[in-house]
Design a protein around this ligand. Structure first.
Ligand code: PLP
Length: 400
């Protein structure tokens, strides 16, 4: 009989990790590869944050912390929520986790009964559906096409809610599209939610600062404060402060749900790394200059790369309002033939063709629940992006 549980057999490894590994394998074979796959800042963690971690080690902050996180970090999160989002919480309503990823998984594990439905606007971050499946729930993707700005509408939400709906997951700015909800769009969703009081909401705010119109992205709870008692606001330091390896995320929410997470985590992951917690507290309370500087660089890359892509016949992309990806429409390439006579039928075929013919690695839209697209990460240098766009243009020009 199988040694691996059904729970694990029904999920798949992250497609972006798979694409990154494939690109690395080709590189080891000596191929020249431009990888536009990764979903992490290419900057180093700012020096003052690294120094706070060294200091923490020197003064002995090397032991278990409170499960929910150090009081210092939870206070820093409370202050951040008030300062940046206008949201009022107390430290008891915060729990620190091993990255936002573990926050989302733990929240699902602590609340889903078998068969409970989770509404996931598509395109979505690849991990949501598999996390739901791993927790015995049923992911319910709702297509949010490009002509809706890749966003969930009140009608789309209304049609997706059933008696089994437990969660709605919102991610703004979104991975992979960068789409960002306005306060008015949130209000429209909140009006639907008002008729369904048992539906809980998770807001994945991880890209809130990577935003090209300036300022933090609007928050669901500032637009619809009445949802506070059924919303978990999830965030972390990974993207904002180039701290993906430090593994610090958090949840802010009503006490009963936060307590359930506390219980679940106390018997699974335990507290998150004490040294990383000290670094995250420094990130949240000290100089914020890095955030604006890095966003300015992402903006230049977005502008140049989107212009390059939009100049290629058959490809087009919307200007993302935030995050660090372009979600490129490759519908114009479907049906065309490669130089060796293969017809491109899916975005997966397009992605394989780009890798095989010109060594550009991107991730197919199918991984994010919407085709025919591919996701291209701009979290890499101007030179690499320009090389990538030139290679894509060459590959497209070779199609019949
Ligand atoms: N949420 C989204 C939408 C992401 O894209 C990612 C990382 O790729 C995460 C959460 C995970 O963040 P963390 O590093 O805090 O686990």
């Amino acid at each position: 009989f199988p040694r691996v549980a059904e729970r694990v057999r029904r999920i798949k490894p992250s497609p972006s990790t798979f694409a990154a590994e494939r690109a690395n394998a080709l590189r080891r074979e000596g191929r020249s590869i431009v990888s536009l796959v990764v979903g992490e800042p290419d900057f180093d963690t700012p020096a003052h944050i690294r120094q706070a971690a060294s200091r923490a080690m020197e003064v002995g902050a090397t032991r278990y912390t409170a499960l929910a996180g150090t009081f210092e970090l939870r206070q820093a999160i409370v202050a951040k929520l008030e300062r940046e989002n206008g949201l009022v919480y107390v430290p008891d309503e915060i729990i620190v986790t091993n990255g936002a990823k573990s926050a989302i998984y733990s929240a699902l594990a602590a609340t889903l009964e078998p068969g409970d439905e989770v509404i996931i606007p598509a395109p979505y971050w690849v991990s949501y559906p598999d996390m739901v499946l791993a927790c015995d729930g049923l992911p319910v993707p709702v297509a949010c096409p490009e002509n809706q700005g890749f966003k969930l509408t009140s009608a789309g939400l209304d049609a997706a809610i059933t008696k089994r709906t437990r969660w709605l997951i919102l991610n703004s700015p979104s991975n992979p599209t960068g789409a960002t909800y306005s306060a008015a769009e949130y209000r429209a969703l909140a009006e639907v939610l008002a008729r369904h009081p048992s539906v809980l909401v998770m807001t994945d705010d991880i890209y809130e600062h990577i935003r090209f119109e300036g300022g933090t992205a609007p928050h669901l709870l500032s637009a619809a404060p009445e949802l506070r008692d059924r919303t978990l606001a999830i965030n972390g330091v990974s993207k904002t402060y180039a701290m993906t390896g430090w593994r610090i995320g958090w949840v802010a929410g009503p006490r009963d749900l936060v307590r359930a997470l506390d219980t679940f985590l106390s018997q699974s992951a335990g507290n998150s790394c004490s040294i990383s917690q000290a670094a995250a507290a420094a990130a949240l309370t000290q100089d914020q200059g890095f955030v604006a500087e890095s966003v300015a660089i992402y903006r230049e890359r977005r502008d140049a790369t989107a212009a390059g892509i939009n100049a290629i016949p058959g490809l087009s992309c919307r200007m993302p309002e935030g995050a660090f990806y372009l979600f490129v429409n490759c519908g114009g390439l479907i049906g065309r033939a490669t130089p060796d006579g293969r017809r491109l039928e899916t975005d997966g075929d397009v992605v394989l063709y780009l890798l095989d013919s010109v060594g550009v690695a991107v991730v197919a839209g199918s991984a994010y629940g919407l085709s025919p697209y591919f996701r291209l990460s701009i979290a890499t240098s101007h030179e690499i992006l320009a090389d990538g766009v030139a290679r894509i243009a060459r590959a497209v020009a070779d199609l019949a």
